[in-house]
Design a protein around this ligand. Structure first.
Ligand SMILES: NC(=O)c1ccc[n+]([C@@H]2O[C@H](COP(=O)([O-])OP(=O)(O)OC[C@H]3O[C@@H](n4cnc5c(N)ncnc54)[C@H](OP(=O)(O)O)[C@@H]3O)[C@@H](O)[C@H]2O)c1
Length: 228
């Protein structure tokens, strides 16, 4: 495929590496080349099969709008725009393009959500639950989007109304560590996902782009990763 990658930051640079390893053609546009969406005109996008975005909340909506209006399929890893999700879904459907998004493109984390779903049964058997997440000191948001997703699946799967507590730590250069602790008077269950590098996000995003090629529709990666 011919991919256009928006953003050559910490995650984008790995996406470029993975795409090249998987034999895709890859063009990259950072903040300078893509000022005011200059890299996203119909002409510039002519040969592109899928656009992958790992940029920033301030520009993501403009990037999405330009790509969708040009009729291009998109994989979006950038977070911080989900309050506009209904409008973007409608835009994608109106233009008949394909779109996959996720706050976490790691296959391991999506598998961990399934583990959390199964473990949530403990809350119906006198266990209490807690989520602990650790990330690098530069991370701006807390709790992490992934911790919130874990909290949500545990609540939905346990059938209990209340959310279990999340405790966040920001330290050193931790890529992303999420723990679930389930505790009864008799024992304690620990579940842990520890990201060793950002490469898992990059691999998931490139594989999502491969899956999306030639498809239409608006997809959350958590509903797609099993098909990769
Ligand atoms: N879904 C996932 O699996 C996942 C995983 C990790 C991160 N993320 C999210 O992905 C985003 C990027 O994370 P990161 O850690 O890679 O951040 P980062 O290192 O700060 O990189 C962001 C890059 O975006 C570029 N950029 C800014 N405005 C742009 C524009 N208008 N057009 C093109 N590029 C532009 C910047 O380019 P310059 O350097 O040229 O200024 C910068 O290199 C964040 O929203 C983060 O939460 C998602």
């Amino acid at each position: 495929m011919n991919l256009l990658l928006l953003g050559r930051g910490k995650t984008g640079s790995l996406v470029a590496e993975v795409a090249a390893d998987r034999k895709h053609g890859i063009r990259v546009a950072g903040a300078k080349e893509n000022a005011a969406c200059a890299a996203l005109t119909t002409e510039r996008l002519r040969d592109i099969d899928v656009v992958i975005d790992f940029t920033a909340p301030h520009c993501i909506l403009a990037n999405i709008e330009a790509c969708v209006q040009a009729g291009k399929n998109m994989v979006v890893g950038t977070t911080g725009w989900y309050c506009e999700i209904d409008r973007i879904r409608a835009l994608v459907e109106r233009h008949g393009t394909g779109f996959v998004y996720s706050p976490n493109f790691s296959i391991g984390v999506n598998l961990f959500l399934d583990v959390a779903r199964a473990a949530a049964a403990a809350l119906r058997h006198d266990y209490s639950g807690q989520i602990i997440e650790r990330h690098h000191v530069h991370k701006k948001d807390a709790p992490s989007g992934t911790a919130i997703a874990i909290q949500r699946v545990i609540r939905e799967s346990s059938g209990r109304g209340e959310h279990i507590e999340i405790t966040s730590f920001r330290e050193g250069d931790v890529v992303g560590l999420h723990e679930i602790v389930l505790e009864s008077s008799a024992d304690r269950i620990y579940l842990c996902h520890d990201a060793k590098s950002r490469r898992g996000f990059a691999e998931g995003a490139v594989r999502a782009a491969e899956w999306l090629a030639g498809k239409k529709g608006f997809y959350d990666f958590k509903d797609v990763w099993r098909e990769l």
